[in-house]
Design a protein around this ligand. Structure first.
Ligand code: ADP
Ligand code: MG
Length: 368
């Protein structure tokens, strides 16, 4: 028997395909009542992880559990988990309704259930149309309807926003939020944070098969780092003045300085105190997309293979499944991303000892 919790637990999950380590020591849980985004660039191991959660492939090590059980041990799995890994496999000559009725028959469900899920995904008006003429967005909706046929407690969707237009994405957002608001569990993958930004409550971000962030999206958003870019006649003197006030600075390729974690007034006052002329100053804020890019960047940079991203010191919830540490006094809050410019050729000037740590149903309104 399963525990009925609606919880997905991934523990020490690994998968290798020959020399390719597709998934490496993944640990996370997905809680009921929320939408969790499983985010990472193409090839970062999302589909492989979802396939392991669904028992379609075996892990090389570790395990995945749904309601406390491996998928293969769930009784009536269609009533526990609905999943879409691929929205292409429909018989082109079948109508949406007959496609779904194959499932109601196989699962011993009443025929009307097919029309109910078509309505849920806003496809009622296309019930008698052949799927061969469906747009990508309509296929996504029909695949979702198929996953919902057993009225499951947990929904697992692989890249459901692919091919959806903005109206389709907005509809998906409303659908997932209302699904989770009834206490059910949604795990949704995407290679685009922007697509999922307003849909998910929590995120698990993977890069090269490893977890680089696992937590609240609001916390990640709150940690958006700002920095001051300053051009001065005497950068070395300003860097020393900044250092004496506990601030770090990076030399940018154009000779100006980037000072993270402060504001322009502080930098201007320090420059004045040090007698340094300032030629220009600008405050820069990183948005969520830039943080996501920074966390996962380098995966397909076209250059030589690089190591996995380094977690910043003292930050909880970061790094490849590493232990969760309490924040250190004076350390950035949990979820603070690596400093801007890391890995982009900027030179970290101070502090020297840190140099190794850079590290509702809108209905179907067209061929959406
Ligand atoms: N069946 C397979 N055989 C060999 N390599 C695979 C197989 N499935 C996935 N991979 C590799 O594993 C890595 C992760 O792939 P995948 O899980 O599909 O990533 P994502 O879904 O994040 O785009 C990629 O390098 C991919 O080429
Ligand atoms: Mg994939």
């Amino acid at each position: 028997m399963h525990d009925g919790s609606g919880r997905i637990l991934v523990q020490g999950l690994n998968k290798s395909f020959g020399p390719i380590n597709a998934v490496q020591n993944l640990n996370f849980s997905v809680e009921p009542g929320s939408v969790t985004g499983f985010l990472g660039p193409n090839g970062s191991g999302k589909t492989t992880t979802l396939r392991m959660i669904l028992g379609l492939i075996s892990p090389t090590a570790g395990g995945a559990f749904i309601n406390g059980q491996p998928f293969s041990r769930l009784p009536n799995p269609a009533t526990v988990v609905g999943a879409v890994l691929d929205s292409q496999g429909f018989h082109p000559g079948q109508t949406a309704r007959t496609h779904l009725r194959c499932y109601t028959a196989a699962l011993n469900l009443p025929d009307q259930q097919a029309d109910q899920v078509l309505e849920l995904v806003g496809l009622s008006s296309a019930a008698t149309r052949k799927t061969g003429g469906f747009s990508l967005g309509m296929r996504q909706r029909l695949a979702l309807a198929t996953a919902l046929i057993g009225n499951p407690q947990i929904l697992i969707l692989d890249e459901p926003a692919n091919g959806l237009d903005p109206e389709g994405i907005a509809w998906l957002r409303g659908f997932l939020k209302s699904f989770a608001s009834t206490g059910r569990t949604a795990l949704v993958s995407s290679h685009l944070l922007r697509e999922m930004e307003h849909t998910v409550d929590n995120v698990v971000i993977v890069s090269r098969g490893q977890c680089v962030y696992n937590g609240d999206l609001d916390q990640l958003r709150a940690a958006q780092q700002s920095r001051v870019l300053v051009r001065t006649a005497d950068p070395a003197t300003l860097v020393e003045a900044l250092r004496q006030s506990g601030l770090t600075a990076e030399y940018l390729p154009d000779g100006s300085l980037a000072v993270p974690g402060t504001d322009s007034k502080t930098v201007a006052d320090l420059a004045l105190g040090a007698g340094v002329a300032v030629h220009g100053m600008q405050e820069e804020n990183l948005d969520l997309e830039q943080i996501f890019f920074q966390l996962t960047t380098g995966q397909y940079s076209g250059g030589a293979p690089q190591g996995p991203p380094q977690p910043p010191q003292g930050a909880a919830q970061w790094g490849p499944g590493g232990p969760q540490q309490p924040p250190q006094p004076g350390a950035p809050p949990p979820g603070t991303p690596p400093s801007p410019g890391v890995g982009q050729g900027y030179q970290q000037v101070y502090p020297q000892q840190d140099q190794n740590n850079q590290g509702g149903n809108g209905g179907y309104g067209g061929n959406a």
